[in-house]
Design a protein around this ligand. Structure first.
Ligand code: ZN
Length: 176
């Protein structure tokens, strides 16, 4: 449960938005938080306060994953968590994406930033992206989409509306 609290802190600190999944292998914690009504429990209270704050900027999912039943999902979750983390860390602490667009655009930006594109699939544990529709040669990873559109990660942080414009102009938005 402390981990969930820390995950929410991370989300708040980096002002993530869009769809956010918090995965936990502790079923009791997820159930406890789903039905939580006890105002005397301080950590439970903290988590609920943060969830309330976050409701304004993103959709938060709390998902239980049984660790002993299928460890593959845990590996995938670990992989995604690490990748999302490294993307955000690459600009150092304090880098945040500010964007006041509509929800669909916000989601698209969140997908590029998190590396979790909707075309992302898993094949035998390996990540597979669709082939980029602009160059028709290379897998459309978030990094490649930026490269192929002659953008850099910094644009995502400082000129996110411009990034969306370029992605749309290049018909790459469907891959995001
Ligand atoms: Zn390309």
């Amino acid at each position: 449960m402390i981990t969930i609290d820390m995950a929410l802190d991370f989300v708040l600190e980096y002002q993530l938005f869009g769809e956010i999944w918090i995965l936990s292998d502790s079923r009791s914690v997820v159930q406890f938080l789903d039905y939580w009504r006890d105002v005397s429990d301080r950590r439970g209270m903290n988590i609920f306060d943060k969830r309330k704050t976050l409701c304004n900027s993103c959709v938060l999912y709390l998902q239980w994953i049984p660790s002993h039943v299928n460890s593959k999902y845990n590996d995938i979750a670990d992989g995604l968590a690490k990748e999302a983390h490294s993307w955000y860390r690459s600009e150092g602490p304090g880098a945040t994406i500010h964007f006041k667009g509509d929800k669909k655009d916000q989601t698209a930006l969140a997908r590029i930033a998190s590396g979790h594109l909707k075309t992302l699939r898993f094949s035998r544990g390996d990540k597979k992206f669709n082939i980029c529709t602009k160059c028709n040669m290379i897998e459309a990873t978030p990094q490649h989409l930026l490269d192929c559109a002659a953008l850099v990660y910094d644009d995502l942080l400082k000129r996110s509306d411009f990034v969306l414009e370029v992605m749309k102009a290049n018909d790459l938005i469907d891959l995001i």
